[in-house]
Ligand binder design. Structure first.
Ligand SMILES: Nc1ncnc2c1ncn2[C@@H]1O[C@H](COP(=O)(O)OP(=O)(O)OP(=O)(O)O)[C@@H](O)[C@H]1O
Length: 230
């Protein structure tokens, strides 16, 4: 099995493309969803966040006010680092669990939907392929304004707070252009899915797993034989 990173810009169409891959039977691990799960009430990360950021960041129902936390760390590098050091290990652990589950289930590849894949950078080295969901600047702006009910200035501010989509496009080894109709995006995703399914990259990890399991099994067998026959 191998890992494929799916990323893009705000409102460029990552969720829409992820939905197509799911429909095609490919497992998609959603980093945003995991990030929400690891800070759920009374989890380890939750307790640490409340300890370091105070009860002011809680909503009335006791859950973390993610928007408030987001605005606190937006302009404070030290606090962002602290929050990342609390949540990232938990997020990575949860991701690894899901990756392992899909590996055991025999999937050839798994998609990791990580909006800040290139910004975070740490994960890219584990990705055999990277996909950027691109759309032209005008389309991205109008879709964002429409979806989030933002003014043009607000939407432009959100877009410019991220790494430029053009730059992400150059960093990726596959690009799905979502500037047009959904049907065009669907066709591009289907084509890429067949290409990834046909790739023999999945064999590397499978062979490695077989060699490891056989090696460990052989070692145990030798040890047991020695214990019995000595
Ligand atoms: N090909 C398309 N044609 C028309 N609208 C589209 C198309 N693709 C996506 N959209 C719309 O654009 C908006 C953004 O799409 P989507 O939620 O998939 O993007 P995203 O990259 O996951 O966004 P974010 O990361 O900001 O949550 C949604 O309202 C979606 O319905």
């Amino acid at each position: 099995m191998f890992l494929v990173g799916l990323t893009g810009g705000i409102s460029s169409g990552k969720s829409s493309v992820a939905a197509v891959f799911r429909e095609l039977g490919c497992p998609v691990i959603d980093a945003d969803q995991i990030a929400r799960e690891v800070v759920q009430l009374n989890s380890r990360s939750y307790r640490l966040i409340v300890r370091y950021f105070g009860k002011e960041i809680l909503l009335e129902n006791g859950e973390i006010n993610r928007e408030m936390l987001g605005s606190i760390i937006f302009s404070d590098n030290e606090k962002r680092g602290l929050l990342n050091s609390i949540t990232h290990p938990e997020i990575h652990k949860a991701m690894l669990k899901q990756i392992f589950k899909h590996f055991i289930q025999g999937y050839r590849y798994v998609i990791l939907d990580v909006p800040l894949l290139f910004e975070a950078n740490k994960l890219t080295k584990f990705m055999k392929h990277t996909i950027v969901v691109y759309c032209d600047p005008q389309t991205q702006l109008s879709r964002l304004m429409k979806r989030n009910k933002l003014t043009q200035t607000e939407a432009e501010q959100r877009i410019s707070a991220q790494m430029p989509l053009e730059q992400k496009r150059r960093l990726a080894n596959h690009v799905i252009d979502n500037s047009g109709e959904s049907s065009s995006t669907y066709r591009q995703a289907c084509k890429l899915h067949s290409q990834l399914e046909d790739s023999l990259d999945f064999l590397t990890v499978r062979l490695l797993a077989i060699v490891t399991v056989t090696g460990i099994g052989g070692l145990f067998y030798t040890l047991i034989r020695r214990c019995i026959f000595q």
